[in-house]
Design a protein around this ligand. Sequence first.
Ligand code: IVH
Length: 688
Amino acid sequence: MDATLRYAQLKEEINFHNHRYHVLDAPLISDLEYDRLLNELKALEADHPNWVTRDSPTQRTGAKAADRFDKLRHPAPILSLANAFGADDARAWLERISKIDDRAEKAKFVVEPKIDGLSVVLHYRDGLFVQGATRGDGEVGEDITSNLRTIRAIPLKIPVTSDPPSGTSQLSMTSNQSTVVSVPKYLVLRGEAFLPIKEFDELNRKLEEAGEKTYLNPRNTAAGSLRQLDPALTASRPLTLLVYQIIHAEGGKVPTSQWEILQYLKALGFPTTDIAKRFDDLESAIAYTETWDKRRDELPYEADGMVIKVDDLTLAAELGFVGKDPRGAIAFKFPAREVTTTLNDIGVAVGRTGVLTPFAVLEPVEVGGVIVERATLHNFDFIAEKDIRIGDRVLVKRAGEVIPYVIGPVTDARSGKEKKFKPPTNCPACAQAVEHLEGEVAWYCVNAACPAQLVRNVEHFVSRGAMDIVGLGIKIVEQLIESGLVKDVADIYTLTKEALLELEGFADKKADNLLASIANSKNQTLTRLITALGIHGVGEVSAADLAGHFGNLDALAKTSAEDLQSIEGIGPNIAEGIVDWFARKANQKVLAKLKKAGVWPTSEERGKKKEGLFSGMTFVITGTLPTFSRDDAKDFIESHGGKVTDSVSKKTSYLVLGEAPGSKFEKAKSLGVKVVGEAELRKLVQKA
Ligand code: IVH
């Protein structure tokens, strides 16, 4: 084939595939095949440098700009939008414009996503992308043509062939219907450039890995990327855009309705939103808008609302504008998820494991429909990395169910009076010096008697997976600590009936029940006791490994970090944490008290399958049992060789029935499975 012909064909083919990939999200060939085409093109261009045209796919990267961008005047003002904060605002808008022009009463509306990106203006002459600008002040923007050229979703030449170019092999599957779309000689469009959320997260993940500063949000990142003087930097950011408006057209006709504009732009090869819809009345437009408030997380970009536009653009233009806001459209805003407010102070909370967590004390602000006064600051490293100072304006985000968090400071808003924050060297609750574990970002208060930790500690000690002391809820735990009866977890075992009766809400029976379940807990396994101690990094699984290895707490208390590390699943940090825990005087005191109280279980054989009366039997438990917790019942059954499963089948040997059973009871009855209560379950063993 003639080389000039092949050159023209290659350009068209590559642009076609580029559009399939970057605009339609529906590639027809692999990256490898694409690269092959591109390499062939590059080779031809190397041999014939004078052939190269501006629309060649190789021409997306350009030279660095000097020290600033040139100005570029827009052919028509780049307008903004008035906001509506809810359905009533939108209705009031329709009422206002209907008074100006009664055609508005019967108007149709187009609803589009309001992308939280950057407005860009694209100029095409004779179908070629020749210039592009930022919005600037709406009259004059900055010429960022070279940067925009790097965005592959922006066609360098329109219309983009929507049918596979001839002479290509792999494209026989697509249709041959060719729709000829005419392009005005001079066409100026507006769109919103943005960084998709996924790409933003990925970018930040990589930066974090490399130990570099991360970006605040997709919008700022996109804005920063587009205003880089070196287009190679812009090119390295996976920016894209959606186009939604014709700013100016000369030498050719363009549609006069917003709905048709979107179809027309799409046919030319531009990326357009696929969730736009046209409605016959405002109420349906509002209803559609509101559905997206709830579904906004499904969008691949950040949207701060939806735009409701009068479909008839002639009518929209005649409605005129107020300041920079056209009357023909309105931004229906979703509740903001990201706001700025003042950081009044930084507080420090102490958690159960003694970890110190900084939190932001904020000037109250509404985020996502809720007033927020506190937000997490993650950890002290985060504060240092982001250089967050007390008195700063900070960006706060609250999305969905996530706890509000500070993203970072708005450094441009600084007055100079902001104060740097120093992490505390002592625990804010007990004043003991805080400690840092090698390889971890957190700082800890390791004082087992720290009052801030005590409540959380006791709560953990008595919890279901630990010593499982029934009847010791958080309220009673607080009562016991406040009254001074409990100063550490071991004090639970010194409680007397007389002392309990002194407390509010305690009568005979309640005190007896509590003391009985405390006494019961003395028989808990070593694994449970180790779990209950709440050693940093030691959960149920490690606790079981430790119990199996050491057999009792005396041996564990005397061990070294090296010895601990020989146990599968115990790494250097956990080992260090364990040794550290047992070395503390306060903890040794607790252990001595526990031993004295008879809370000193010894070895249990873990891992080995028990053989017993229940061997080969399966049990299902439903409802609340009188004295057994679920875990107790399970332990009991397993200790006799039985198996506990979740669902009832014909193979189930027994259903263990408690108070307020679930549907399992019905199922067991219908299948004829034997049903026993807790007392009968115990008797099954005794009978033998
Ligand atoms: S229409 C006359 N449509 O939102 C047309 N704007 O707060 C005025 N935006 O400056 C703009 N998505 O940067 C329109 N689908 C969309 C939009 C959109 C995002 C931005 C645009 C505008 C800002 C107004």
